[in-house]
Write a protein that binds this ligand. Structure first.
Ligand code: E9O
Length: 608
């Protein structure tokens, strides 16, 4: 089935269940007491002590409880909700419970009955729950969600659990959740929980692929319908003013758009990010006829990759942007509109035209903002920290995650490329089959977008590079290598680009570079961790980018947009400090360097 973003319409209602939920972490030794005692059968408050927990939010940083901050295992949420009676009694209504994302593994019950389980921490899942109430029209309805943040070799990202049984040195039950990625494993219900309705016969999924020739745009669509065998579909494409520009009947077809207004990245066009609205209207015949209406924003644009260029609407696009995280004080990875709007304002302030969703899929609302603002996205799956496992179980889960990701994000004009992983152990022999399979699968799911993964390996030994469309290379000259030696950067970066390009003849994005910087640390001559050092690292990288960017280097993404939280460790002082903004979104000196550069690039490469 599809996973359309829930939208209100003449035929669909929606109720957000955000706010305070009751919460209880299962701190029993095997973390399994909740299941043994079937906490889902009653209100959580009747099973033991509960606390208030905001949804959406990570649970880690909102309390004073250190054991909750670093908790690994099952946590339980519940709340009651009053359903409008017509949602229950009307046979023609389909009622769906949807979770935007919960990290990592979730089980959901409604009034004690299990309705859905989901494996994966960054993508939505839903369940049809109406039938539960038709049998027994109880109100209120109780929703229970159990979430487990344990990471294993078969999760994405992967992790390992180490039990330490030395009772002379460690307390009873001591274990460590090991991970090999560089961000804090925030957990909880991270995105909106909501209920929505559709008619019984409904639009289940819509896929659009766009193209243009001269002044004519083409929107190839296909619609899948459920709940009826005799449906009529009417598809109408409207411009910004609501005027119909093309229409069609049937579950698939091509809409021809005269005088097309293309979707352009901002900075590349004076009228960027143009979105049409595609209204899909389903009329189900049979007994009493019913209608379902779903409206999808559609941007008409193309993406092509040559050996040296990345083309959007047949014009070369240069990525000057950032890598981000979903991360902030207190809320952790919880969805937060003020934070999102601030980040977009900062990206525009600095002239960033793109970002990578390092290292997992971001909230759909963020991609919608990108569609509306003309910011280009490299959409990354949570394949981060794959250090030595290329087994069948992990590969098949990875394929499933790509299916879920493409299903969710396929219609966003802002998404121009898929990234299937970040810095995997790409030099290991099994990486060849693994990445060949994964990339081929992704291209079958979406033949219209290029596919990459982000590498930090050696150009000569990288087993997956032959299969990518664009090489994304991370490097940290004068930081992880030759720390303190700014003078090596230009030579080493030149060599890096020439090696990769010569071997593969593909365009290259510098997908990470940067240096940890403690705001307010100053040193001239520059030393590591000072604002001057970060600035110098950037300047040295930039001078090489400038020599290569009209050749085959097609982009530069700073690591990172903002400081972010990590696991505790001796190389991290309250998180990773490679942000050009602090975690509170205030600029370091480097932010001004990027701002000046990005606006200069926009003026040179754009049509401003
Ligand atoms: C992934 C990102 O999540 N790339 C890392 C970033 C970092 O700041 C991290 O936050 O550490 C850098 C990977 C370093 C690759 C080169 C390692 C060389 C070791 C000698």
């Amino acid at each position: 089935s599809g996973m359309l973003f829930p939208r209100e319409s003449a035929s669909r209602e929606l109720k957000e269940l955000n706010g305070l939920w009751a919460f209880r972490a299962d701190k029993s030794p095997n973390r399994n007491r909740g299941f043994e005692e079937a906490w889902y059968k009653q209100r959580l408050a009747e099973t033991g002590p509960v606390i208030d927990m905001p949804v959406p939010a990570s649970f880690n940083d909102v309390t004073q409880d250190a054991t909750l901050r670093d908790f690994t295992g099952w946590v339980w949420y519940d709340r009651e909700v009053h359903l409008p009676p017509r949602w229950i009694t009307d046979e023609g209504t389909r009622l769906v419970l949807r979770v935007g994302s919960a990290h990592y593994y979730s089980v959901v019950w409604v009034n004690g009955e299990k309705v859905v389980e989901h494996n994966g921490g960054h993508l939505p899942f839903e369940a049809e729950i109406g039938s539960l109430f038709r049998k027994d029209p109880t109100n209120p309805c109780r929703i229970t969600v159990a979430v487990n943040n344990t990471l294993t070799l078969e999760t994405l990202p992967p992790g390992t659990i180490h039990y330490i049984r030395d009772r002379s040195r460690y307390p009873d039950g001591f274990f460590v959740q090991g991970t090999s990625f560089d961000f804090f494993n925030y957990a909880g219900i991270h995105r909106s929980v909501l209920l929505y309705t559709t008619p019984r016969a409904y639009v289940d999924d819509v896929t659009v692929v766009t193209d243009f020739v001269d002044n004519t745009g083409f929107v190839k669509y296909s619609v899948s319908v459920r709940g009826t065998t005799s449906a009529t579909l009417k598809v109408t494409l409207m411009d910004k003013d609501g005027h119909c520009v093309a229409s069609s009947n049937g579950s698939s077809g091509v809409l021809k758009v005269p005088d097309v207004k293309l979707w352009w990245p901002y900075l590349m066009h004076e009228n960027p990010a143009y979105l049409y609205s595609m209204e899909v209207r389903l009329t189900a015949g049979g007994g009493g006829s019913s209608e379902d209406v779903y409206t999808l924003p559609v941007g008409i644009r193309t993406v092509h990759v040559t050996t040296t260029q990345f083309l959007i609407n047949n014009k070369p696009f240069y990525f000057h942007g950032v890598n981000k995280h979903e991360d902030s004080d207190i809320r952790g990875k919880g969805f937060d509109w003020p934070l999102i709007v601030k980040d977009f304002n900062l990206m525009k302030w600095m002239g960033a035209n793109s970002f990578r969703t390092s290292h997992y899929p971001y909230a759909e609302e963020i991609l919608q903002m990108c569609d509306r603002h003309g910011i280009v996205v490299i959409d990354e799956c949570p394949g981060v920290g794959i250090k030595d496992i290329f087994g069948n179980a992990s590969l098949s889960h990875h394929l499933e995650v790509m299916e879920e990701l493409v299903r969710r994000d396929k219609n966003h004009p802002s998404v121009v490329m898929w990234s299937v992983a970040n810095e995997p152990a790409a030099e290991m022999p099994p990486a060849e089959f693994y990445f060949q399979t994964l990339i081929k699968h992704t291209k079958e799911l979406d033949p219209t977008r290029p596919v990459t993964y982000v590498t930090a390996s050696n150009f000569a030994r990288d087993k997956g590079a032959p299969f990518v469309d664009v090489l994304c290379v991370n490097s940290y000259f004068s930081w992880y290598h030759d720390p303190g030696h700014l003078e090596v950067i230009q030579l080493q970066l030149n060599t890096q680009f020439e090696d990769w390009h010569e071997k593969y003849q593909k365009p290259i994005i510098q997908s990470e570079y940067g240096a940890d910087t403690v705001p307010g640390f100053h040193s001239d001559p520059p030393v590591m961790f000072s604002e001057e050092y970060q600035s110098e690292v950037l300047r040295n990288y930039h001078s090489v980018f400038d020599q290569k960017r009209n050749k085959y280097v097609i982009g530069e993404l700073i690591w990172n947009f903002a400081d972010f939280m990590t696991a505790q460790g001796v190389t991290r002082v309250v998180g990773n400090k490679k942000g050009v903004f602090t975690r509170q979104r205030q600029p370091k000196a480097s932010a001004f360097i990027l701002k000046e550069r990005y606006w200069r690039l926009a003026n040179e490469t754009g049509t401003l």
